[in-house]
Design a protein around this ligand. Sequence first.
Ligand code: XMP
Length: 517
Amino acid sequence: MQSTGHERIIILDFGSQYTQLIARRVREAGVYCEILPFSVSTEEIQSRKPRGLIFSGGPSSVYDDAAPRPNPDLLESADCPVLGICYGLQLIAHGLGGEVQPSNSREYGYARLKVVDATSRLFAGLPKEMDVWMSHGDRVTTLPEGFRMTAETTDAVNAFENPARGIYGLQFHPEVAHTPLGAQILRNFLFNICGCKGDWTPAAAIAEQIERIKERLGENGQAVCGLSGGVDSSVAAALVHRAVGGRQTCLFINNGLLREDEFESTLALLKQKLELNIQGIDASQRFLDALKDIVDPETKRKRIGALFIEVFEEEANRIGGVGFLVQGTLYPDVIESVSVRGPSATIKSHHNVGGLPEKMNLKLIEPLRELFKDEVRLIGKELGVPNEILERHPFPGPGLAVRILGDVTEERLRILRAADRILDEELRRAGLYGFVWQAFAVLLPISTVGVMGDERTYERVIAIRAVTSVDGMTADWARLPHDLLARISTRVVSEVKGVNRVVYDISSKPPSTIEWE
Ligand code: XMP
């Protein structure tokens, strides 16, 4: 990753569930940062000239045999300030000769922090007492030589520092929203201690990316972009369009598995608002043929993926002279490949279009690979990407095929689309579309008995799934108001022919997944 010229903070990942949040907070403060695995070499870190290093938390104890540890010479040779958070603080204490011991019980939840050293620059401008969020097993009982305690909770060390060596530690998590003043503490580290000015903004990222894209495509380079109508691919396409205009052709493939009217309306929206050079390709019949009689979810996914590549390849060849492929890969996709599991973990950078680059020998352009989803939304807004797209719920590549349990037929697609549209309409009408991460209908492969008018019916069941989530990795079922659910149910049963029952999915992820297949 080469974001040249910016002040840079490096976050070493020791496996905390909050590592990405630390990066978010640093970026929100206007400072560019990168997450690297804990095992990265000292030379690699130094070559990036960071203004500061942050050690993340992590689930291990410093006494575990397999505990992740940074290179032993790192603290000695780092020529920038270091901040250890939670496990990061314990590593520093243990590594420099202090003592870390298991707590009597795991400390988890809110704690009241007392700042005991008014001269600490980390706590400058903050009250003497504040709420903080703790999540740890071990604690520091003896400080390393030359260090002083700067804050405590119930008589235990909670923050320490050695300003002369530029080393700081926090037992609590300043990056989480449950530590209300945590962002200010991190800002103190960035600005008061590392001397950052805050030179990174989404607008600066746009200008920088446009320059880079122009450089890579040169005078005559041609690119293709696979558009799905989602946030990531639309913003990536808009950015490349700013840089090289019509030399990018966007391919929007209708696989017949999109929501009602989605192909036509998204195509029109993107053409009109962004003036993109888009080709809409209606391959729906080919996809439906490929899915005939297929029931197994993984087989469905594989067939759809393979056919997508086939259609995409045909179109790219038809255009001719294409050397580049634009993808909307985001930073969370990238760091998954350099996480605490180490660089040997599967690299996922091609996940967006299932391996197209190797097959087609195209060079990748990934203008969003340094950004988080909310930053992408901000950039999209600046580029004029319509809100309808920026605020859209995520939609899986295999589309409605994984929401029709059993084989996919035209008739089942009709039922599902109609139910899905009602859900979407009612959710928006209730002002709750933005409150949920995803909401959709699922067509179950069973029929149940009902009674309509004076007649007994034996028809299909629609399940409604609505979840709240931050990143799709974990999710909870959305507590939608009962009267909204009642309206959805009544409308689905009365308006969608072939359905006589609606159920609401009350499972969280884990142990369930968001999609049913
Ligand atoms: P699960 O069902 O795994 O979904 O909890 C997590 C998120 O990923 C989306 N999803 C997919 N996206 N291809 C995609 O592009 C897929 O095969 C796929 N399966 C699930 C899902 O909609 C949710 O946002």
